[in-house]
Design a protein around this ligand. Structure first.
Ligand code: ZN
Ligand code: ZN
Length: 197
């Protein structure tokens, strides 16, 4: 459990939801899920050992799953959210099993049978992560960045749960810089800054 505030079976999978959702044009400004290579990177970061099949159909299936996950995140009622999550479990033919394997010798859940497609495996993993966050009362840790012009999703894993930006390096800093510039602008001739941006 060490290192995972939200649990080893929830946090990496929830990060996969975030990475996946952030590839959508609605979040990212352009289509970020252009090939299964993107999924390999994501899976590695999320400690997911399922391997994509590198087919066109898989990319399309993953985009559909991604858009569905974002719809779940934007759902305005718990009833709608539960219905969509249960539909994901159902359509992935999810059957929980406790397992160990070479890549992960600690007992853990798999949510889909071995021969399920990559898309269905990821459906099971991501639907479970969202359902667990809801059950744990931590669902509001999945939030949209508050920076102007940024629509990215992030998972707040800080202890106090008060993070506001997807990344303190970019969005958090951009805000601070903008505030600083505004203050400076008010106390100096605007001519000095007119050429900056
Ligand atoms: Zn496993
Ligand atoms: Zn942001």
């Amino acid at each position: 459990m060490a290192g995972y505030l939200l649990g080893v079976d929830v946090q990496p999978s929830a990060e996969m939801v975030v990475a996946l959702v952030n590839t959508s044009p609605a979040r990212n400004g352009e289509e970020g899920l252009v090939s299964s290579d993107v999924l390999v990177e994501m899976g590695r970061a999320a400690k997911i050992y399922y391997r994509p099949d590198f087919t066109e159909a898989e990319v399309l299936g993953m985009r559909r799953l991604r858009d569905r996950l974002d719809e779940i995140l934007r759902a305005d009622s718990q009833e709608a959210r539960f219905a969509m999550l249960n539909e994901l479990f159902y359509s992935a033919a999810a059957i929980p099993q406790i397992v160990t394997h070479a890549e992960d010798p600690n007992p853990h859940f798999h949510y889909t049978l071995e021969d399920a497609s990559y898309v269905d495996h990821i459906k099971g993993v991501t639907a479970y992560a969202l359902a667990r966050l809801i059950i744990m009362g931590e669902y509001d840790r999945l939030r949209t960045c508050e920076a102007d012009g940024c629509n990215r999703l992030f998972l707040d894993t800080t202890r106090n749960g008060k993070r506001r930006y997807c990344s303190s390096q970019t969005c958090g800093n951009r805000i601070h810089t903008a505030r600083y510039r505004n203050r400076k602008q008010q106390s100096r001739p605007s001519r000095t800054y007119a050429r900056r941006s």
